[in-house]
Design a protein around this ligand. Structure first.
Ligand code: SAH
Length: 271
């Protein structure tokens, strides 16, 4: 039998399928999520139900978003899980998570995410942060490091800034490849994201923050004098009290906010 067959299902690479099978790790992850009865839990990519089942045991009914139609079909006919699931056979990248939330029932989103789409998926999920209580994700360890990294680190970049601007980022634990079938080639980690209730130093437009990050980290070894050339001149950087000879990774989140607000107030046509 192929080592990629798990519970009679052939894992599909294009859907980033690496199924958890280590019971002690599964229970540690569920403890970290800490699902409580009646909460509005939403799982992305339930797969064969490794996390789904113990979460349902603690929380009751949950919603799941699964793209693979074979897996969605299995879940729909699962004797224990099916009665407790609202199944959305859909692409999480385009899914409107807001429709599952209400003011009284903010979302608690979790999942062992498909690693091939994890960064765009995180960016998509962050757009719903006002409806979210918290999120727990299994990601490639390196992605969690990038999310959690502060300035002056190699891993600091657009993902760090966009995530930390909107959420508290708490790495929870690291998990080796052997916990999965098939085993991925990379190490994994669980991260907890808690959206900030209030942003102390807000940007005027979050798109501007993204624009500044893209320009800054497009060629991260360049000085910001060069990388911001089209957006902000060296003189303007000095006017903002920012040293133009620094590199993007030396700038704090607050400095990125300052730069974003500057380009909102001083727009340039870069087309
Ligand atoms: N939660 C399971 C499976 C994780 S593998 C476990 O831990 O064992 C990743 C899961 O995400 C698979 O079920 C895969 O089919 C699903 N998936 C992949 N791309 C998806 C997408 N774009 N939207 C929703 N689910 C997706």
């Amino acid at each position: 039998m192929s080592k990629n067959i798990h519970l009679g299902h052939q894992a599909k690479k294009r859907f980033g399928q690496n199924f958890l099978h280590d019971e002690s790790i599964i229970s540690k992850i569920v403890d970290a999520i800490n699902p409580e009865p009646g909460e509005n839990l939403v799982e992305i990519g339930p797969g064969l139900g490794a996390l789904t089942e113990p979460v349902i045991e603690r929380a009751g009914d949950i919603s799941v978003v699964e793209l693979d139609r074979d897996l969605a079909h299995r879940l729909r006919h699962h004797p224990f899980l099916a009665p407790h699931l609202t199944i959305y056979e859909d692409d999480a990248l385009n899914f409107d998570f807001a429709k599952l939330a209400s003011a009284e029932r903010p979302l608690r989103i979790f999942g062992n995410l498909p690693y091939n789409i994890s960064t765009p998926l995180i960016f998509h999920l962050l757009t719903f942060k006002d409806k979210v209580k918290d999120m727990h994700f299994m990601l490639q360890k390196e992605v969690v490091q990038r999310m959690a990294s502060g300035e002056n680190c190699k891993a600091f970049g657009r993902l760090s800034i966009m995530t930390q601007y909107q959420c508290q980022v708490l790495p929870v634990m690291e998990i080796g490849p052997e916990a999965f079938k098939p085993a991925p080639k990379v190490d994994s980690a669980i991260v907890r994201l808690i959206p900030h209730k209030e942003i102390k130093n807000p940007v005027k437009d979050i798109k501007a923050l993204n624009t500044v990050c893209l320009a800054a980290f497009n060629q991260r070894r360049k000085t910001i004098r060069n990388s911001f050339k089209k957006l902000i001149s060296a003189e303007q950087l000095i006017g903002l009290d920012i040293d133009p000879t620094l590199r993007a990774e030396n700038l704090s989140l607050d400095t990125f906010v300052k730069l974003a607000n500057f380009i909102v107030d001083n727009p340039v046509d870069i087309t």
